[in-house]
Design a protein around this ligand. Sequence first.
Ligand code: RET
Length: 280
Amino acid sequence: MMECVAIPALAEVSVPLQTDQADALNRIRDDAALSASLWVNIALAGFSTLLFVYMGRNVRDARAKLIWGATLMIPLVSISSYLGLVSGLTVGLIEMPPGHPLGGEEVLSQWGRYLTWALSTPMILLALGLLADVDTADLFVVITADVGMCVTGLAAALTTSSYGLRWAFYLVSCAFFAVVLYALLVEWPSDAADAGTDEIFSTLRVLTVGLWLGYPVVWAAGVEGFALVSVAATSWAYSALDVLAKYVFAYLLLRWVASNESVIPRRSASEASAAATADD
Ligand code: RET
């Protein structure tokens, strides 16, 4: 006799990614404060993109154009990032491991933020590095450490097997972050002084270091870490930091670039002269 295998009705078959997305989308829609924290950034990123295109319309120098191009990517990546969050594509309901203050509960994680920081923060560092005229090897190491910071931050947020290992990833991310901070605080200022861009560099450095330090604090205080504040408060904190660390930062940088094109250093010239010296 033939054995009967029960086939579930089509409606009963759930596609995990789609179910999660729909659930996440509903949670975001139901929380007005959470929704607002995301839409505000989409609007500001759109406005910034148009403004930055306009501000860079007369930039002709090749290196200034490169800084401008990197800076323009910041709001463009941001729009994509926030659309991912607001649509439910890059958020998920994550069950926290035992030991976490919300252990066993499903928490709405905006993991897409960490993913897209791996694209936006290198653009910020590239623009700063070009402005300070740092050498290519330095720039490579710092940007690589920065990507490491974002990816291990993502791993910390997505680890559900162990509370301890979430913090282990967090600490590794902090170690990568230390490399970035060291460059910004210790190494790059003297390069900027040699390049004659120290005034604008030091303004942007204070802004960057001060604001970037806020991100690991929000992670630790927010739902991913000690869960001291709600999902909406965590999201607002990141969104507010983003407004200053991305759009205000980029605006100040582009305003300076647009009116000081002739001061922008040319690494190619100095590298050529260094190579010539080495050949002697
Ligand atoms: C995490 C958690 C793990 C430890 C550290 C972090 C640092 C994040 C930073 C993010 C900066 C983001 C910016 C985005 C702009 O688009 C990943 C929060 C150290 C510094 C400036």
